[in-house]
Design a protein around this ligand. Structure first.
Ligand code: C5P
Ligand code: C5P
Ligand code: ZN
Length: 475
């Protein structure tokens, strides 16, 4: 049964959209991750559809320094997407007046030029992404053709990580199905199901790591052969997962299931391996853009390797020069992730009562430190019992340290809210931090790292004891 959007929320979206559509000359400013790039593309698509003048930029973070770059574009109406709600005080303190915020992060407070799902009882970490918010605004103005990009944004923010999309994300998914741009079904959810040769899909699997198979192409070939699965098609090209018949897919899935059970992989990781997969049916078969997760990784790669505009143009439909460039960046990005995970695997993490942490210094780029921290559970470098905090050298400000924090559903259900803990402690030590319950980030003065760790460790302890409001997340 499909649900409906809360009518008060939908009215608020329409009212917001009406105000937005009265302006003419825009600058869209967005976050540089997959969801941010998707949000930006949908908003740019909408504004062009409305015949407006529009420029865009995607940046690593919105803070008191980057806001200066935004102000240089004086005279334009600024639309912040996928951030802004947590930075409203910074936006206002810097004298920006002509702006709108389309965001899904917990808001500082309400504002008549902000649209955010939280005041209407939705959870921005699970029910809707930044791209979903941009899509709702677009939809309310009659522009519905980018629902698939909103799904890519939600998948990029891992809002499907318990097996499927929920709530408003589902409504958007159904819009996409109705418009014939997307299809979904239950299947094996390993990365590269469309575009990677089967052997590579299993050899490079890091979410989850497949003991004895990840990193071992000979083992993978043997595993597939023992199941009677040919590695090549009749035309001698490598088979990808989507070339397989249903029977073959079922065979691989149950064999992997047994394999992980035998190697004592935690239940939640095994469960996460099968779930909904989203196919963008207008994209070429076996292209990275055909699968929502692969598409999101392309965007993440563009953003985190400092070419976010490639991602935006690909979302807007470019399949020429920008797409070719984006693909090469994807390879570099995947290599950086593999190196990061290898580094972590050999160096390990430190453990405190209520958290794990590691400090990569300059050895893992700050732009991917959060991704690596999130992958550490799936790679079984850390057990799922505590949140993980990762530190890396800040590239732009030598006296600051970048912090990324990641948790999992079971911790969130037990009371963990990373965003609240980081924000609270940052206020005390002069940092900037915040985010969702399951994923958050911060920048702190370098010399305060240990003080920060001890305090956040204590805050997590309080959250687990139920001293703070438990999250409303569904089980
Ligand atoms: O800024 P934004 O909301 O777009 O980013 C959310 C971040 O949280 C993403 O980097 C996403 O990958 C991460 N996340 C995660 N695990 C989840 C949910 C989100 O690492 N289960
Ligand atoms: O930087 P990182 O990817 O680790 O951030 C995880 C989440 O925390 C993202 O949703 C990001 O937008 C959010 N965040 C925030 N405020 C900050 C830093 C990160 O809301 N100061
Ligand atoms: Zn987001």
């Amino acid at each position: 049964m499909s649900e409906n959007i809360n009518p008060e929320f939908w009215s608020a979206v329409k009212e917001f959209s009406k105000k937005l559509s009265m302006e003419d000359d825009f600058l869209v400013v967005s976050h540089h991750d997959a969801d941010g790039i998707s949000s930006c593309a949908i908003t740019v698509g909408l504004l062009r559809y409305l015949g407006k003048k529009v420029e865009y930029m995607c940046i690593k973070q919105l803070d008191s320094i980057t806001i200066g770059k935004v102000r240089e574009k004086d005279g334009k109406c600024v639309v912040f997407t996928d951030f802004g709600s947590g930075q409203l005080p910074i936006i206002e303190a810097n004298g920006l007046k002509d702006f709108f915020i389309i965001d899904h992060h917990p808001p500082e407070r309400e504002h008549d030029r902000q649209i955010n799902p939280h005041p209407f009882g939705y959870d921005g970490g699970l029910d809707i992404s930044g791209a979903g918010m941009a899509y709702l605004v677009a939809k309310s103005l009659g522009f519905e053709s980018m629902a698939h990009i909103a799904v890519v944004g939600a998948v990029g923010d891992m809002q499907d990580s318990d097996g499927k999309l929920h709530s408003i994300n589902r409504i958007i998914l159904e819009d996409g199905v109705r418009h014939g741009v997307i299809k979904f079904k239950n299947d094996l959810r390993l990365f590269g199901r469309q575009s990677r040769p089967l052997v590579h899909m299993l050899t490079y699997s890091s979410e989850p790591v497949l003991p004895g198979l990840t990193g071992n192409p000979a083992g993978v070939s043997q595993f597939l052969e023992s199941l009677g699965i040919e590695l090549k098609n009749n035309d001698k090209s490598w088979k990808t997962y989507v070339d397989l018949t249903w029977e073959e897919r079922k065979k691989i899935t149950s064999a992997l299931y047994m394999h992980l059970l035998d190697s004592n992989t935690p239940e939640f990781i095994i469960q996460g391996m099968v779930g909904e997969v989203y196919s963008l049916v207008k994209e070429e078969k076996k292209s990275e853009l055909r699968d929502a997760k692969e598409f999101a990784t392309v965007l993440n790669a563009c953003g985190r390797q400092e070419h976010p505009h490639l991602g935006v143009e690909v979302c807007l439909g470019d399949r020429g020069e920008f797409w070719t460039h984006a693909r090469s960046i994807l390879e570099r990005h995947r290599k950086m992730l593999r190196d990061g995970i290898d580094y972590l695997g050999s160096n390990g993490v430190e453990s405190m009562d209520n958290l794990y942490y590691f400090d990569a210094g300059g050895r893992i780029n700050e732009s991917i430190i959060g991704v690596i921290a999130g992958m550490a559970y799936g790679a079984r470098i850390i057990p799922p019992d505590k949140p993980v905090l990762a530190f890396a050298k800040d590239k732009d400000y030598p006296n600051l340290t970048k912090v990324s924090a990641r948790a999992n559903w079971s911790l969130v259900r037990r009371g963990i809210h990373l965003g609240k803990a980081l924000k609270e402690e940052c206020k005390k030590i002069g940092g900037e931090g915040g985010g969702h319950d399951i994923a958050a980030g911060a920048r702190i003065p370098k010399e305060k790292r240990d003080e920060f760790l001890n305090a956040v460790n204590a805050l997590f302890g309080e959250q687990l004891k139920g001293a703070t409001q438990p999250s409303s997340r569904k089980s």
